[in-house]
Design a protein around this ligand. Structure first.
Ligand SMILES: Cc1cc2nc3c(=O)[nH]c(=O)nc-3n(C[C@H](O)[C@H](O)[C@H](O)COP(=O)(O)O)c2cc1C
Length: 197
């Protein structure tokens, strides 16, 4: 981790002007303010064939898997589709099964900020809860704060800028938590290394 932690943002939708991608970009900008290097994997980057176990790094999955493998922390943002994580996002997350054989496996030890959008609170919250469960299953550390954003409250302006103060505050907090955890983990890892050297 030479120039700050690498935080990879994953999510959004294929809709032109995806609001989920806009809030994810906002969170990554805040992570950048915290000194992180950031990378966005969104929209068409997530268009992968349905994940097929055993067909390693199939058709474009390699780039996504590689980005996650390199990440010191993640921020995942999904729209709520029928009360849960969208198929686009979930299919991409299924590809992380390819990290099973890594040492350590999956997202072990890495912080993950979870963000959900929906056109109502109910699906925003259920989608957020599901995202956190997926992160647990992948052995990542969901950040203490998760963010559910109700797009029916119009938190974005016509140009796609996030203008709602509360959403800005929550996303900034999640970005700070993910960066702080990644830095603390890196410091812990290097002190463990110096103790065993
Ligand atoms: C297929 C589909 C299913 C959806 N299901 C729900 C839902 O169950 N509850 C809800 O509040 N919003 C639902 N929505 C609305 C989206 O969650 C919401 O508009 C979201 O912010 C869109 O994100 P995007 O702009 O990134 O595409 C649905 C939208 C689509 C396209």
């Amino acid at each position: 981790m030479s120039d700050g932690p690498l935080i990879v943002g994953v999510g959004g939708s294929l809709r032109s002007g995806s609001t989920t991608e806009a809030v994810l970009r906002y969170a990554l900008d805040r992570a950048s303010d915290e000194g992180a290097r950031v990378r966005l994997v969104a929209g068409e980057d997530l268009v992968l064939p349905p994940y097929q176990p055993g067909r390693r790094d199939a058709e474009g999955g390699a780039a996504f898997i590689g980005a996650v493998r390199e990440a010191d922390g993640l921020i995942i943002a999904s729209p709520g589709y029928h009360g849960t994580v969208s198929g686009l996002t979930k299919n991409a997350l299924d590809y992380l099964e390819e990290l099973r054989g890594d040492d350590p496996p999956y997202l072990t030890g890495r912080p993950v900020g979870c963000v959900a959008t929906a056109f109502g609170w109910q699906a925003a919250v259920t989608t957020l809860v599901t995202l956190r469960q997926v992160v647990h299953a992948l052995r990542g550390w969901p950040s203490p704060l998760g963010v559910a954003i109700n797009m029916a409250d119009h938190p974005l302006d016509a140009d796609g800028n996030l203008v709602e103060d509360r959403a800005r505050e929550l996303l900034s907090t999640v970005a700070a938590e993910v960066c702080g955890f990644a830095l603390a983990r890196a410091a812990g890892t290097s002190s463990e290394e110096s103790q065993t050297a």
